[in-house]
Design a protein around this ligand. Structure first.
Ligand code: CMX
Length: 135
């Protein structure tokens, strides 16, 4: 395998509204706010909160047809994906492809904060949407 998984980079949580959801993370839990970013090609607006070495990523859909919009309609708010930090993302994707794991992103693409990311299909990961991010 191409290097170790270095940790959980972030946990993505689908919310109807960042403005309504943020108080729990920011005020109740006291997590430092890391800013809000639009990710237009994913149809989401994201807000980050630092939780030790991991971040919480709130995902608000830009439209009901986006991936997060569909998730909310089907399942309601809650944990949407887990993002693992890895080295050599391209090599890791090649190994996963060889093992028959369905890649949603065949090649790394740019996610929030300009990081290189790729998603794996939840049907091949035991029901969890997994994201790999490099760095
Ligand atoms: N976690 C676990 N399972 C999920 C899921 C999730 N987040 N989203 C969908 N599924 C399941 C569905 O429940 C469904 O299962 P069943 O067939 O048993 O009902 C199956 O996957 C297919 O779901 P769907 O709603 O029919 O299909 P979608 O068209 O919504 O596609 C997915 C699902 C995962 C392929 C799509 O959401 C995707 O490509 N996601 C990756 C990109 C993404 O999520 N971007 C948003 C975040 C961006 C960011 O963090 O920057």
């Amino acid at each position: 395998m191409n290097g170790k998984v270095r940790g959980i980079d972030h946990i993505g949580i689908a919310v109807e509204s960042i403005e309504k959801a943020r108080a729990f993370y920011e005020k109740t839990l006291g997590l430092p706010f890391g800013g809000i970013e639009e990710v237009p090609d994913q149809g989401v607006r994201v807000a980050f909160f630092q939780a030790g070495e991991t971040r919480i990523e709130l995902l608000e859909p830009a439209s009901p047809e986006s991936a997060v919009g569909r998730f909310l309609q089907k399942r309601g708010p809650g944990i949407h994906h887990l993002a693992f930090r890895v080295d050599d993302l391209e090599g890791r994707l090649a190994s996963l492809r060889a093992e028959g794991i369905r890649l949603i992103d065949e090649k790394p693409r740019t996610g929030a904060h300009g990081t290189r990311i790729a998603f794996l299909h939840p049907k091949d990961t035991g029901g969890v949407l997994a994201e790999l991010c490099e760095g």
